[in-house]
Each structure stands twice: as C-alpha cells, then as structure tokens.
Design a protein around this ligand. Structure first.
Ligand SMILES: CC(C)(COP(=O)(O)OP(=O)(O)OC[C@H]1O[C@@H](n2cnc3c(N)ncnc32)[C@H](O)[C@@H]1OP(=O)(O)O)[C@@H](O)C(=O)NCCC(=O)NCCS
Length: 391
C-alpha cells in the first residue's frame, strides 16, 4: 500500500463538528472555541457540556448538567465489590476498561439506543469514570472507598475521592485545567476506536471500553506513564543529554515527544509546561527541570542528526506535573481517560446521530493482501499428515 497512508494517515474517514486541529499553527478548537479561551475562562463541566451539546451552557443549563453528573457519581455497591476481587497488581487501565463494560449491566434502558439515553449514558460515564479510578486506587492500597461530596466541582470531587481530603482551591483549579486540556482531540486512536465500535451500533459502554483499551497503549495515552518512568530513570538534570542521545542513537523513542498531527508545539504542552514549572518551583523539585532538558536535548539531536523538527506533546509535561501533584505514576493514563470521556462520548453520539450527508456508516476499510509464503492466491491444500515439519 501507499506508505503515505499507513496507519490511515492522510485519509479522511468522517465529518465532525466537535473538534478541529490547526496542525501548522498549533491551535486546538473545541466546537469553535480555542482551547486557551476554555482554559482561561471555563471549567471542565462547561467544556464537557460544550462538547456534548455543541453550545456553551447558560447558568441554568450548567446547573442542571452538573447536578445530573453529581447524581450519577457514586458507584453501585456490586461494582465496588467486584473491584475488591481484582488482584491488587491489576493495572488501573485494565480495571477501568472492565468496569466501563460492566456499567452496561446497570443500565435499565440498555436496549434503547435513542439520543436521549445516549446523553444520559455519557453523563453516567463522565461521572463514574473518576469514581472507578479513585475507588480502585484506594482498594489496591487497602483503603475504604469514599463517596463523592455534594455540590463540589468535578475536579474537587475526584481529588477528594482519591485522597480522602478536600484539595485546596489552587490544586482543584490546576486539575480542572488538566481535564479541559485532555477532554478532546479529534480522531486520535482511542476516539477512532470508540467511533468504529459505535458504527456497528454497539452501545455506548462497549464503545467507551474499547476506547479505554486503545488509550492504554504507550504510543497513545500510555505515553504519560512511560515519560515518568524515563524521568525517574534519568534522575538528575545533568544526566539528560547523555540519556537522550544514547536512547536516540539506539533508535529508541523519547516518549512525550512527537505527534502524528501537529507540525509545531502542541498548545496543550505549552500550558502544561507552565503548570509543571510552577508546581516544581513551589515544591522545590527537579522534575520540571529534567523534563525541559529532555525537550531541548531531543530537539537538538533530531535537528543535528535527522534534520527533523520535533516538539513536545500533551504527555511530556503532564507526567512531571502529575508526579509533583502526588498522583501514583500509573494513574496518569486513567486521569487522561477521566477527561477524554467527554470527547469520546460526544463522538459516539455524533457517530450514531449525525444527520448531515454523508451520514456515518459502518467502518470497513480495505487491506492490501500480500501473501507471505505462497503468493496471493492458488495455494494447494495439504492434509496435516502430509505436511513436512521444517528442521
Ligand atoms: C506519536 C508518534 C507515534 C507520532 O509519530 P508519527 O508522526 O506518526 O511519526 P512516525 O512514528 O512515523 O515517526 C516519524 C519519524 O520520527 C521519529 N520520531 C517521531 N517521534 C519520535 C520520538 N518521540 N522519539 C524519537 N523519534 C521519533 C521516528 O523514529 C521516525 O523516524 P524514521 O522515519 O527515521 O523512522 C511518535 O511521535 C511517537 O512515537 N512519540 C512517542 C510516544 C508518544 O509520546 N505518544 C503520545 C502521542 S500524543
């Protein structure tokens, strides 16, 4: 096949009204609004509403949406009990994926695929994914699961359910910004997975559990765990240049660098870098410093040896930021999912209900069949007893 199209690069697969990326100028737009305006003026709840319904909410709409999320937050007791049966070593993304699929069992209207019920499912998932991640972290550490607070923001509630103490306003604000930044990013691998599953008319929970699986891989959301492992391995700003050069000379990848779409700096990385710098300064740690040196050393190597520009993506600075905020390293990707559910669910709804022509259809790309041993066609079947075992 044409190498330019490997991994569906440069192929348009659908129309969307949810998100656009200006790859050359490093701009990210949710439903017509610049991500930086949303970061500066809105909250995750407002942003999630915008993504789901296509317009910013007025006060009453936001209040109603927030209370629907609030009502859906706590987990059914049997899900908490099932969580307790997972081996403590289970990876949080695997636990999350199975719990999301399990939520279908509690949906009394699961046979009804109307838009109204899909919006309610989106709200349930926005509410319950943070509760699942927090509950699993507490259970694996032998702690009691904590129910959500009434009348507090989404960001505050997750930090409370995770840590058992109410965060400061500042901590809550920083986390809220992280959620806005990670909420949506067009046809990335996990969103495409969600839409592909939805295109079969499978339900919302099936689509989202598939997306969670796709996000877990290290070339996608899982990169933010690998970035933190790298920073810990490097350990000291003085080691960065040697470590990065050695990695690249051995054809390894620097996680958190490079992007399939942006040709310049990812706007989310700019904001996360500022937040990471500020928390590292306040906590007097070296994680921002090491991260910034990784960015610079990678750019220098790629420029000098491959004549190629490379920029940090969303995962580079979120890793050091989350570590400084005290999150266990393997929650980095589940935290990504806590935000991205807003985008995923909006895409599933668009996939199921978009009216404008061309309407979405069952995804069915073509593969180029390249026979491995015997050419593309005409192999003669040999009964098993006549097949020769190679020596
Ligand atoms: C995200 C990613 C898969 C996008 O890659 P892409 O634009 O599709 O480009 P490719 O994977 O085809 O790589 C193009 C070239 O750049 C190099 N490259 C891209 N990102 C690189 C990185 N992070 N480290 C080292 N080399 C990198 C590749 O080795 C390749 O070089 P080659 O042509 O000599 O083989 C890639 O940048 C990557 O692997 N990044 C690290 C993982 C990561 O941070 N993922 C989170 C993404 S948000």
């Amino acid at each position: 096949m044409d190498a330019r199209n490997i991994g569906l690069r440069n192929i348009e697969v659908a129309d969307t009204k949810i998100c656009s990326i200006d790859a050359d100028n490093g701009k990210l737009i949710y439903r017509g609004y610049d991500i930086l305006d949303l970061v500066n003026h809105s909250t995750f709840e407002e942003t999630a509403y915008l993504l789901l319904f296509g317009e910013l909410p007025n006060k009453e709409e936001l209040l109603d949406f927030s209370s629907r999320v609030q009502e859906a937050r706590n987990l059914p007791e049997s899900i908490v009990n099932n969580l307790k049966n997972h081996p403590k070593r289970s990876r949080p993304m695997d636990v999350l994926q199975s719990c999301v699929a399990e939520l279908a069992d509690y949906d009394l209207n699961i046979e009804d695929d109307s838009k109204e019920y899909n919006i309610q499912r989106a709200i349930v998932l926005i509410a319950k994914i943070p509760a699942i991640v927090a509950a699993w972290n507490r259970i694996r550490n032998g702690q009691q699961v904590i129910n959500a607070l009434d009348n507090d923001s989404h960001a505050t509630n997750f930090l409370y359910m995770l840590n058992g103490t109410k965060p400061t306003q500042d901590e809550s604000k920083v986390f809220d910004i992280c959620l806005i930044l990670h909420a949506e990013h067009s046809f990335n691998a996990s969103t495409f997975a969600a839409r592909e599953i939805a295109s079969t008319r499978a339900h919302m929970y099936a689509s989202i559990s598939g997306a969670v699986g796709a996000l877990s891989g290290e070339l996608h959301g899982g990169a933010n765990i690998q970035v933190m492992k790298m920073l810990l391995e490097i350990g000291n700003p003085d080691n960065v240049e040697r470590w990065v050069t050695n990695r690249l000379q051995h054809r390894g990848r620097i996680m958190g660098m490079g992007h399939a779409v942006y040709k310049t700096k990812d706007p989310r990385a700019e904001v996360l870098s500022r937040l990471s710098r500020s928390i590292s300064t306040r906590k007097n740690n070296q994680w921002f410093d090491i991260t910034e040196k990784v960015e610079n050393a990678t750019k220098k190597y790629m420029h000098e040896n491959k004549n190629q520009g490379i920029y940090p993506n969303v995962d580079l600075y979120s890793a050091s930021l989350y570590y400084s905020m005290g999150f266990p390293m393997d929650l980095n990707t589940p935290i990504f999912a806590i935000a991205r559910i807003a985008g995923w669910a909006s895409h599933v709804i668009e996939e199921k209900f978009a009216q404008a022509a061309p309407k979405p259809a069952l995804y069915r790309p073509q593969a180029v069949y390249v026979g491995r041993y015997c050419g593309p066609m005409g192999c003669e079947y040999t009964p098993i007893q006549n097949r020769i075992t190679p020596v």
